[in-house]
Design a protein around this ligand. Structure first.
Ligand code: ZN
Length: 380
């Protein structure tokens, strides 16, 4: 398909004013003022009055379902396509969680491939919480080499459910990721579920002090605990990238507060990202603080917190980058996270109040005028 998007107020995520965008198949091929194009089968989209941004990237979603910590009936369901599209997420990284027994990595790869076929862009981390890692093939190195969707490895550290590997074991895993990445032509990342047990960031300090490059070490859930948040800021001061989770618990009133605190601490803006932790299980509590049930973590919290930041007067581009350019650069997702010539045609269309109106993913209109028009295979 060929689309000419006219008169959009474009954030690349940097603001470039009112522009037209030409999309051919899955790519953006031109961005300019007053573009006029004559092509057969061209569809013109009038975006006057609409804000157009890159599609959002969510680097931590339990796409095959997570949870299971309260027995089999607490295993959360798989995600479906329209959940992603309805909150503007056009790219994602699938992760596994606590349950390494019933949630296989092969199942995660199949789901990631299904989502790619259904219309979004999806990658994954191999392994889950434990150590030694659970892999698709014989090793972390060969997973990185043989499976294009694998960006690195997931592990839990500083958490009561982790395997409590030693610093030497984590360093060994990191060097496997680094060398596997070299062979595969990737960077290779260790995506770390950071729990509230002290010690994990101290371990990263020790590893970096040995001369290991900090860019492979990627902690998430950096604002679930005050101690961890403080250590995460120190880590970012040294050039490490930190990810703040918008779903589930937060040690501040809102994850947006955590992001603003990190900015106030003088952290390089490009080092901060947000992700949802969607489709993990979320306990529900009554007024007395007693657990009364479990819910499924949604993926809309990223968009919610981006809007919170914008409503507080944060520059649009600064809030947008947390879910677009910063993530794409952090994970080296080529052609993603920006509205640029040659980049993937992943676009969100918002009204002036930041209500999501339409979504395009890989050049296909997935949501139009507030309605998901492309559904997942088993959706109504
Ligand atoms: Zn998670």
């Amino acid at each position: 398909m060929v689309y000419l998007i006219k008169n959009a107020c474009v954030y690349t995520p940097d603001p470039i004013g009112q522009c037209d965008i030409l999309v051919v198949n899955d790519k953006i091929v031109a961005i300019a003022k007053d573009l006029s194009v004559v092509l057969p089968e061209l569809e013109t989209i009038d975006a006057k009055g609409l804000i157009v941004t890159p599609g959002l990237i969510d680097q931590h979603i339990h796409v095959t379902g997570g949870g299971g910590e309260g027995g089999p009936k607490t295993r959360t369901p798989e995600i479906v396509l329209s959940e992603l599209i309805s909150c503007g997420t056009t790219s994602l990284v699938g992760v596994s969680g606590t349950d390494s027994v019933t949630r296989s990595i092969e199942n995660l790869l199949a789901k990631v491939r299904a989502l790619n076929e259904e219309g979004v862009s999806a990658w994954m981390y191999t392994s889950n919480y434990g150590f030694p890692p659970t892999t698709l093939s014989t090793s972390v190195k060969s997973d990185l080499l043989l499976v294009p969707e694998v960006l690195g490895v997931k592990i839990a550290l500083g958490d009561h459910r982790s395997s409590f590997p030693t610093t030497q074991e984590v360093l060994h895993l990191l060097t496997d990721i680094r060398v596997g990445g070299m062979i595969a032509g990737k960077t290779g990342f260790l995506h770390i579920h950071n729990g509230s047990v002290p010690g994990a960031f101290e371990m990263y300090d020790e590893i970096v002090a040995k001369g290991f490059p900090i860019r492979h070490i990627r902690p998430t859930h950096c604002a679930r605990d005050k101690y961890v948040f403080g250590k995460a800021l120190e880590f970012a001061q040294k050039g490490g990238r930190i990810d703040i989770t918008t779903g589930g618990s937060c040690c501040f009133d809102s994850p947006a507060d955590a992001v603003q605190k990190a900015w106030e601490a003088g952290i390089d803006e490009s080092l901060i990202t947000m992700s949802s932790d969607g489709h993990g299980s979320v306990p529900r509590f009554n007024d007395k603080g007693e657990m009364i049930g479990l819910g499924v973590g949604g993926v809309a919290s990223n968009l919610r917190d981006m809007k919170v930041l914008i409503s507080r007067g944060v520059a649009v581009e600064k809030a947008l980058k947390l879910l677009t350019k910063n993530v794409a650069r952090a994970l080296e997702l080529k052609g993603k996270g920006e509205i640029q010539k040659g980049y993937s045609a992943d676009l969100c269309f918002f009204d002036e109040n930041w209500n999501l109106q339409s979504v395009m993913s890989k050049g296909v209109v997935m949501m139009r005028d507030g309605e998901c028009i492309v559904k997942g295979t088993f959706e109504e």
